[in-house]
Design a binder for this molecule. Sequence first.
Ligand code: ADP
Length: 277
Amino acid sequence: MSVFDVSGVDFTYSGAHRQTLTRVNAAIGAGNFCAIIGPNGSGKTTLLRLLLGALRPDAGTVHFAGKPVHTWPRRSFARRVGVVTQVEEMPFPLTVRELVSMGRYPHLGAWRRPARADEMAIETAIERCGMSEFAGRPIDRLSGGERQRARIARALAQEPETLVLDEPTASLDIAHEMTIFELLGAFSRHDGTTVVVVTHHLNLAARYADTLLMLDRGTVIADGPPAEVLTREIIERTYHWPVRVHPHPGPGPDGGAPQVVPVARPHSPPADTRDRP
Ligand code: ADP
């Protein structure tokens, strides 16, 4: 059984002049690492919000673990699905440990105080995300990459079976991007966590994800292993830019993964020098 099952989904934002998603089908299996890719405005975040039950489809269905996602009681859903959104306003500067502790709320309820198991989950999440040395630091005194790891640690403290992340590496440098994709890869491979991530990083998605779901103007135009989705033909048709696709040279376990290199357009001479005799 799939963790997420999307079938024939249409969706239009109220007031929008065109449909945002059209007849979208997707199945994300347990333990799978799925990257949702596609150009700006292709509907990636909208699809994520439908998966989370934050939006309801106009037609079609979205199931989580066999039941329509909107029928899940929010607290049970939150115990099973950890979410890292794109942006988040922090009204006051919590420390990293306080932020990560918030991930336990779905397990606590109004009457239960944090127990040993909660403390363990919090410390494990902090450690796995490499945040131990920052645990007592207010989050407004962290770099972008550290703050993002703290937010992932909060989702991890929930001990979710599924993690859903919207562009977790936006505006991070290569070391921080790699750290986050390595973490997500480890959650999926070692812990069996289902990982769904929206990303613009085609090359990182190709190296770490098991499947890529490519959207273009609200429809799924390719869905499968990276080598089937990241072909020159599909990318050029979708992104309207010439590319070459080369196998990753390694070293590493991901050697051979398709890597996309956008190429410069052939140089054309300035208009006033053209067609001169
Ligand atoms: P992506 O994540 O791929 O960049 P989005 O899902 O954010 O794409 O947006 C898909 C389309 O829906 C875009 O054309 C965007 O302008 C539109 N859109 C997004 N959010 C809203 C909204 N709240 N109301 C109306 N239109 C929206």
